[in-house]
Every structure is written in structure tokens, then in C-alpha cells.
Design a protein around this ligand. Sequence first.
Ligand code: SER
Length: 323
Amino acid sequence: MTKFLVTGSLGQIGTELVNTLCDRYGKNSVVISDKRVKCDSDQIGDCECVVLDVTNAKQLSDLVQKQKITVIYHLAALLSATAENNPQLAWDININGLYNILEVARENNCAVFIPSSIGAFGPTTPPEKTPQDTIQRPTTMYGVTKVAGELLCDYYFKRFGVDTRGLRYPGIISYKTLPGGGTTDYAVEIYYEAIRQKKYTCSLRAGTFLDMMYMPDAIKAAIDLMEADPAKLIHRNAFNVTSMSVDPEKITTSIKKHIPDFTIDYKIDPVRQRIADSWPNSMDDSAAREEWGWQPDYNLDKMTADMLKHLEDKLKVRSGYNE
Ligand code: SER
């Protein structure tokens, strides 16, 4: 029987992935874990929930053996801006945590999903339609851990036969759980503030183009990749995937179709701006499309309509937007 372990289950992607996995495979097939002791049933359904610090190899190994885990979705990690503020902690969680996951997977014959990121690229990477295989010299600790993670996953597949698979996620936009400490967080906050205040002060400057993706597509991509025919996977561990390349102005234009008096101004966060400037403007995800049939369901306007509809319900504020 397939039994899933999700690390970082209380994070932005984790909270939604565990619900999908529980719906799809049954709650007895999913073990939810997070370092934070907060198994809130509203947030994460009624799957089994355990406290797990991925930097604690023994705790991880005991859990995997006890629960007879066969597939690990390893989402526990620090995002880019937080990592830049605390590079030592970022190394510990993002690298030592991943190493522990790969070792436990090797010892217990588990498949592993690992998210990489647009952050695995750097200022010398071709910024437009960034190819799948290209220069990767990131200038952030987050990026260093992501490139090292991609290589480590390749190594564990080639050397030990561990079934490692991964995606280079863009910024992920969602209405259920906030991201924390990412460079792309503005693209979530802007929708909250559009509903709450009809105005938003953005930490990245206009014209800062980055890839983004709506959460349903991010979840679909992870599950589809893990269920793909392994014989077809040439790039196992770090598929470029994207749904849209947008800047703050493009998102503003999309929101204004629903909230015409929405306005944006700018107060640049130098750390986040420097990080964003070092990342691609748009990625080429043709390898994912060819090797396992990746296809996003949401473009910017479809995502905006859905975000605003759900956030209005969640925040219970009449914004006056016309859907
Ligand atoms: N969303 C992430 C961040 O901004 C990028 O992978 O850190």
C-alpha cells in the first residue's frame, strides 16, 4: 500500500497538498508532519498529524519505519528572503534536512518529491525563456541550497536508485495559507489588500517580471510528476514549470477588471528586489510538457477571478468587485 509522508505540512503548499492527497488516497494513507506543534483540523483535514523536525535524522527514520512510508513529499524548507536573513539556518534546514530525507528514502526504499525553485537560477542565467538546462550560479543562500539539492537528488537516483523527482516552482499564489519569507510573496498579499483596502504597497518595483503559478496547478504538477511513467523522465529532479510571467503592474491590471478603483504604489524592499533581479523573468517549461504532459489550467485573469472570489468569502469584506 502507498503511504505518504508530507513534511512542512503547515506551510503554504503543504496545507493544500495534504488535503488533496487525503481526498485522493484516503486519510489513512497520509501522514502529515510539521516542526510546528499545531495540527489544526480545519487547516489540514483529519489525516494523522505528527511533529517532525527534518534536521533530526533519528526522529525522521523512526517515523518512516513506524508508519511504513513509501512516498515522501518533502516541503519543509526556508524561502528566499528568510534564508537570506539567516543563511546558516537555511543551510541546516534546506540541505541537512534534505540529506536526511534522501538517506531515509535510500534505507527504506521511498520515492521522494522535492521542490526546487526559480531561485536555483542566478544573474548569469539567460533571463528570458530560461532553458531547462542552463547556467545556474545563484547569488542567494536559498539558491545555493536549491542547486545543491537538485544535484543531490540526481546523485541519489543515479548512485542508489532512489526515485527522486522534483519541480522548479515559480512563485505560488493561493488564498488558504500565506507564504512566509519569500520574494514572490507580494503576488499573494496584493490580492488580500485589494479586498481589504483597495490599495497595495508593493515591495518589488514595477517591471519586475517573475514566473508565477496558482496553487491548484502547483498541486496538480507535483502529483502528476509523482505519478508519471518513470521511463519517460529524462529530467527527473528539477523540471521548469510555470503558468505565467507577470510583474506587479500586470497583476494590478488584472485586479482592476474586478475592482476598478484598486491602486498600487511602491516601497521597495532592497533584499527582495536584489533577489528578484537575480532570477529569470520567464522560464521555458517545454521539458515538463514533453516528458510528463505538464499543462497549467490557470492564466493570470482566471487566477485573479478565483483568488478574489475566495478571498472575499474568507475575509468577509464587501469589496464591490464585479465578477
Ligand atoms: N516563492 C519562492 C520565494 O520567493 C521562490 O521559490 O522564495
